[in-house]
Design a protein around this ligand. Structure first.
Ligand code: HEM
Length: 435
């Protein structure tokens, strides 16, 4: 790709009102004008941005990542389906990237788009199929009823810590602490290590000065757990992975990478699913019933969030294995494709009724699609943890209300994940349940 660069990086460099995008597409192939993916508009309310990009560029948009690195953002539902369904042409192998010579060693996106991810995420072909099947089998064996019981127990503990105060932040004091606690337990970590892992994972996600030490902490704890389970297998995810790894030809080190990825990839989106759903229920009258015990509307709110407010709004990525064309654009071998999951969810060709509720339709892209999609048992795990987390809030704090105006709620600064910085609520104080 050879994008012209502009002083203000297209959309990303400026705030509202919309900056000029320049002339519209020139038939037959539009001249690409760069759009900065890390720009502020992707962080706040991207829906109008997706509409405008679609009008100006169509379903595939040339974007610039940090440092002016070019990529293609796929917003079209049909085009995203095409990309995620064809791993021979659109590979998960980042080593194919034609931009590596331009990537500095301190490029801020290296944790998101690394050279070669040593886990299931960066594995391709037949070896990936085996590895993904092994991961799925280890997660599938988790009993949903037991899972619900553990999620409820940890959720109750968190509510006990705040219920007497009459006010709480349901993101920082609740959603951000719950999924990692449940996942750590399922993986086989001793309970007393749960709180330490919660802190470490949130420090990593914060990306501030404690991030490096936190990463070392998680990796050491994971290494120890794997070693312990190698010697003393138990009924948990790590033991199941280890017991299958030999026959499938995977090393202990590879298993360690896979469980680390599951903890990291599983926690934050599930936390954001909880936070984004609670926000919807607290701010949108159509879901008000859910606050008074309407269980079906909890499921509806959660599904609505997957369509409208996806926890992973953009995912990197796929790399073209040869020169090809996509939605009229000429892509070169080794180009990076960013999966515009939220963009595809809002494609007017599938969302023909605009803001109409999606009901039980789950044909969204929020868990991606194809061989590298979020494994089905992982999706189910996330669903049970998130739904239990939301239901415990509604059971324990039945009269919660937002403590701030809805428009003051802000999003974390990420073009990839979409979640709230905080969700302050108030409620009638109630006593803790735990002895
Ligand atoms: C709301 C919660 C979650 C969301 C929205 C989500 C979404 C995603 C997405 C978009 C991908 C990338 C797919 C791609 O590149 O095409 C992915 C991959 C993955 N997710 Fe999830 N995920 C969630 C929870 C979880 C949980 C709880 C786990 C595990 C415990 C998990 C494990 C994985 C794994 C292992 C992959 C890599 C699959 C592969 O490359 O074969 N996810 N997820």
């Amino acid at each position: 790709m050879d994008f012209a660069t502009s002083e203000n990086d297209g959309l990303g460099g400026t705030a509202e009102p919309w900056p000029e995008l320049g002339p519209g597409p020139v038939a037959p192939v539009p001249t690409p004008i760069p759009v900065s993916l890390p720009g502020p508009l992707f962080r706040s309310e991207p829906a109008p941005l997706y509409r405008q990009l679609r009008r100006e560029y169509g379903e595939v948009v040339p974007v610039l990542l940090d440092g002016g690195i070019p990529a293609w953002l796929v917003l079209g539902y049909r085009e995203l389906h095409q990309v995620t369904s064809d791993p021979a042409l659109f590979s998960r192998d980042s080593a194919l990237w034609n931009q590596w010579p331009n990537i500095p060693a301190d490029w801020p996106l290296l944790p998101v788009i690394g050279r070669k991810h040593p886990s299931v995420i960066g594995t391709v072909g037949e070896r990936h199929r085996k590895r993904a099947a092994m991961v799925s089998a280890a997660l599938e064996a988790v009993d949903p009823l037991e899972l619900r019981g553990h999620a409820e127990r940890f959720a109750d503990e968190l509510i006990d810590a705040v219920c007497g105060a009459g006010e709480a932040d349901l993101v920082t004091q609740y959603a951000a602490l719950l999924p990692v606690r449940v996942l750590a337990y399922l993986f086989g970590f001793p309970e007393e290590q749960g709180p330490g892992l919660v802190t470490a994972l949130n420090d990593i996600l914060d990306g501030q000065d404690r991030a490096m030490a936190a990463e070392a902490y998680v990796s050491t704890a994971m290494g120890r757990l794997v070693e312990e389970r190698r010697r003393h297998p138990a009924d948990d995810v790590v033991s199941r992975l280890l017991s299958n790894s030999n026959s499938h030809g995977f090393t202990v080190e590879e298993v360690t990478h896979d469980v680390t990825v599951m903890l990291a990839a599983g926690h934050q989106p599930t936390a954001d699913w909880i936070g984004n759903s609670l926000r919807l229920m607290l701010t949108d009258d159509r879901f008000a019933a859910s606050l008074f015990g309407g269980r079906s509307s909890v499921a509806e709110a959660m599904n609505e969030v997957l369509w409208e407010d996806a926890p992973i709004q953009n995912a990197a990525g796929r790399w073209t294995t040869r020169d090809t064309r996509l939605a009229g654009h000429a892509l070169r071998a080794g180009d990076l494709i960013v999966l515009g999951l939220q963009g595809a969810n809002s494609d007017p060709r599938v969302r023909t009724h605009g803001s109409a509720l999606t009901g039980g339709n789950n044909a969204h892209f929020s868990f991606s699609h194809g061989e590298h999609r979020c494994p089905f048992p992982a999706q189910e795990l996330a669903e049970v943890i998130a739904r239990t987390g939301i239901e415990v809030v509604l059971d324990r704090l039945p009269d919660i209300d937002l403590a701030v105006p809805p428009e003051s709620l802000t999003r974390r600064t990420s073009p990839w994940l979409r979640g709230l910085v905080g969700l302050p609520v108030h409620f009638t104080p109630t006593p803790a349940r735990a002895p």
